[in-house]
Design a protein around this ligand. Sequence first.
Ligand SMILES: *Cc1c(COP(=O)(O)O)cnc(C)c1O
Length: 358
Amino acid sequence: MSAIVKIEASSDAEKARAALEPPLGFGTTLADLMVRMEHGAERGWRQPIVTATAPLELSPAAKALHYGVEVFEGMKAYGWADGRVALFRPELNARRLNASARRIRMPEIAEETQLAAIEALVGELRAWVPRGRGSALYLRPAIIGTEAALRVSSGSEHLYFVIASPVGPYFSGGFKAIPIMVEESQVRAAVGGVGEAKTGGNYAAGLDGQERAREMGFEQVLWLDAREHRYLEELNGMNVFVVDRGSLLTPPLDGTILPGIVRRSILELAPDLGLTASEHPLAIEDVMRGIESGRVTEILAVGTGAIITPVGSLGYRGRTVTVGDGEPGPVAKLFYDAVAAIQHGESPDPRGWMRVVG
Ligand SMILES: *Cc1c(COP(=O)(O)O)cnc(C)c1O
């Protein structure tokens, strides 16, 4: 299958060694190879090429720069102790990239082509994959609209690329609970909008809330629904679970919430860990009351970046409540360990989630 990918450059092992010297940041160093594949109206998608990482040449009129004609993915290649490298459920990322692309009228890419390109890239970048819990080679596939024309449309020319970055733990403090601010007035996504697509505009919509949260001493912002400003949705790049009387609850996907792969994996894995996890609307007042009464013992933020991040406190309407004792709780630890062990090849993988790169 990977014969369809052209390999045009090779990686510099010396550079990789230097890049993996600790401490690893998050997404600051790019590996020296990337994938590029061009699309045009006449010929559709061309051949994916593994080539040297370099700046893109774009017309200042490119659609991506004006109308947010962009979709992306975030996934990781994990280095196993036995030297192998494996991807976590990459077919779900490929499928989701296409779902995002469809929503904003960008051209889809066959899942097999995406997977072949990503596997070829990771195969060439073996030396860039860090080892050890919490570390991985982060992969960022994206499609952008490159047509130079100012009419509002997705356009007829696009570029698919995949860049890679060796990363350490997402939060420099390691596995610790973070304070989160519940946003009361702005919204990230509305019913009928593009909230469920991984497209740049959603993140632009969240930046002001994110910064205000930071200015007030919180680490992240938690969005509520656009209609009633009442139901929990998600963070800027992570889904949310509440542990209520020992059960995990997460808001149902209604088109405004990004369908996270870690979210889905937790829903699927919970029974194996002797827990129940289900989708249920979560009203903020009820969650606040639950925290205060001790019914809600933990809140988890989940996503590929940090896998599981415990929430230590929640700020809402000028009041901040501590979740549990403010420290990472047992459910967060249980799931982090279970998911990390599968990702690093340390435990059996009965569902075949890991895809070892040939
Ligand atoms: C990517 C993302 C997530 C998490 O998705 P994963 O597939 O679990 O990494 C959650 N919310 C938003 C808004 C995202 O962009």
